[in-house]
Design a protein around this ligand. Structure first.
Ligand code: NAP
Length: 253
């Protein structure tokens, strides 16, 4: 029996990258999954390869309260309950502070931080009705360290840590656990867009100095997310979990 057997999960940003990996891994671990994204064609393609009795795609912009209400309702009406939320959707916008428009800074905060907060707010009722749950918020190594050109992204990912800790304090009384996951260097379309700003020699040199000298695979994050979503992590809440090949463990970062 899978470690998520009997659980119902809602996963955001599930049409590609790590979100897609989480959706597939959760299904393989026995969960029923509702997943959303703004990339509807990609989401439908992922859903098309899964059994509709265990996985459903919904259009879900995480900045929209109405979309959150509809996604939670789909989980409860289709699968009977909601036990898990993975706040995975996010964007990465490059731009030095001197160059970035304030609208772009606000957009990063709106999707990455406000979207996460709105997700937690939206599932409290359903998880309380299920007598508990687990919320996994996807932050980043940039939730611990800043980088030139990433002020907007880093601010939004630091914010997720504060939201996670506060939510853990507020929701423990309802049996709801809340933790954050901090990936770094995972091979996805987002990481490729980041790599596009760095020349090949710099990237190869940087990777070769890591304790685990390679990019990470999305499934290596999905396994950690599934652990935190499952009852195996029953004494973990308000905590931060790195999955970065040791990237920020040393002085070089
Ligand atoms: P990805 O491949 O770009 O996937 C993110 C998905 O979220 C995309 O389908 C994206 O669609 C979607 N999305 C964007 N805005 C949305 C919105 N308002 N509502 C719903 N969905 C939205 O990125 P990823 O690398 O898998 O990243 C997943 C999460 O991990 C993100 O939170 C990211 O910040 C975090 N992370 C990634 C890495 C890494 O190394 N890859 C490292 C640290 C943290 P669009 O294409 O339209 O934007």
């Amino acid at each position: 029996m899978g470690r998520l057997a009997g659980k119902v999960a809602l996963i955001t940003g599930g049409a590609r990258g790590m979100g897609k990996s989480h959706v597939r891994h959760f299904v393989a671990e026995g969960a029923k999954v509702v997943f959303g994204d703004v990339l509807d064609d990609w989401g439908a393609a992922v859903a098309g390869k899964l059994d509709p009795d265990v996985a459903r795609y919904v259009h879900h912009d995480v900045t929209s309260e109405a979309d959150w209400t509809a996604a939670v309702a789909t989980a409860v009406e289709t699968f009977g309950r909601l036990d898990i939320l993975v706040n995975n959707a996010g964007i990465l916008q490059h731009g030095k502070i001197a160059d970035m428009a304030v609208e772009d800074f606000r957009r990063s905060l709106d999707i990455n931080a406000v979207g996460t907060w709105l997700g937690i707010k939206s599932v409290i009722g359903a998880m309380t009705a299920a007598e508990g749950g687990s919320i996994v918020n996807i932050s980043s190594i940039e939730g611990f360290a800043g980088a030139a050109g990433l002020a907007a992204y880093s601010a939004s990912k630091f914010a997720i840590r504060g939201i996670t800790r506060s939510a853990a304090q507020e929701l423990g009384q309802f049996g709801i656990r809340v933790n954050s996951v901090h990936p770094g260097g995972i091979l996805t379309p987002m990481a490729m867009s980041m790599a596009g700003n760095v020349d090949q020699d710099t990237a190869t040199n940087f990777l070769s100095r890591l304790p685990i000298p390679r990019f990470g695979e999305p499934i290596e994050v999905s396994r950690l997310v599934a652990f935190l979503a499952s009852d195996e992590s029953s004494y973990c809440t308000g905590s931060e979990f790195l999955v970065d090949g040791g990237m920020i463990s040393g002085p070089g970062y």
